[in-house]
Design a protein. Structure first.
Length: 219
């Protein structure tokens, strides 16, 4: 009988301790929930301060300077990636007064033939129905950076210098020039000329002309 009484007392004590521990843990969790929520909110605010979302405020007034009708036959497009290093104030004290950035530039170069430069005297049809066209030389129409893909990969500014606000602009201009230079060296104009002739040849043949002959202004 005594053993049974002791057993029941021990069992009751264990049950009481378990219930008390449950309520203590639950109360602690409820008590710390505001603190956890506050920490999460503070972390979010700090992240917003370190990486703020830019606000774009375009001027409501748009000025159109010129409107032109174009007759450009675009026949070749290059997509180019170029890495540009722009720097200023370099030398023995570059770590103090220098400014350097690494720009990864993506852009597009489009070439073709401006058909607006083809006059009435530049197109002749002989008695056999053959067409002779004097086409202007192919040219670069567009050299433009892709702003969504172009970015500054790295920038190092000296301890006693503020970043040069013109340095990235200079790097972007240099990137456009270098991409266009690379496309020219790769023969974009020659290929654009051949593509223009091939397109016009198929077009005029589909209209019933038996043959099409292309000449250049120098011929």
């Amino acid at each position: 009988m005594l053993k049974r009484t002791v057993y029941l007392l021990v069992l009751g004590l264990i049950l009481a301790i378990t219930i008390a521990a449950y309520f203590i843990v639950s109360g602690f969790q409820r008590a710390t929930e505001p603190i956890v929520g506050l920490r999460s909110e503070i972390s979010t605010q700090v992240a917003q301060l370190l990486h703020p979302t830019p606000t774009i405020l375009p001027d409501p007034i748009t000025v159109v300077h010129e409107v032109r009708a174009l007759a450009r036959l675009e026949t070749m497009q290059y997509s180019v990636e170029k890495v540009i290093t722009a720097e200023t104030g370099q030398g023995p004290f570059g770590f103090l007064f220098g400014d350097r950035l690494l720009l990864v530039a993506h852009g597009t170069i489009i070439a073709g033939v401006d058909l607006d430069r083809v006059g009435a005297d530049d197109v002749q049809v002989d008695d056999a129905g053959r067409v002779r066209i004097e086409l202007p030389a192919a040219e670069i129409f567009i050299t433009a950076l892709d702003n969504e893909k172009t970015y500054v990969f790295d920038r190092e500014v000296g301890l006693f210098r503020r970043g040069d606000i013109q340095l990235e602009s200079a790097a972007r201009i240099a990137a456009e020039q270098e991409m266009e230079k690379a496309a020219l060296e790769d023969g974009i104009l020659e290929q654009a000329q051949l593509n223009a002739e091939a397109y016009l040849y198929r077009l005029l043949r589909s209209l019933g002309f038996p043959d099409v002959i292309f000449t250049s202004p120098s011929q």
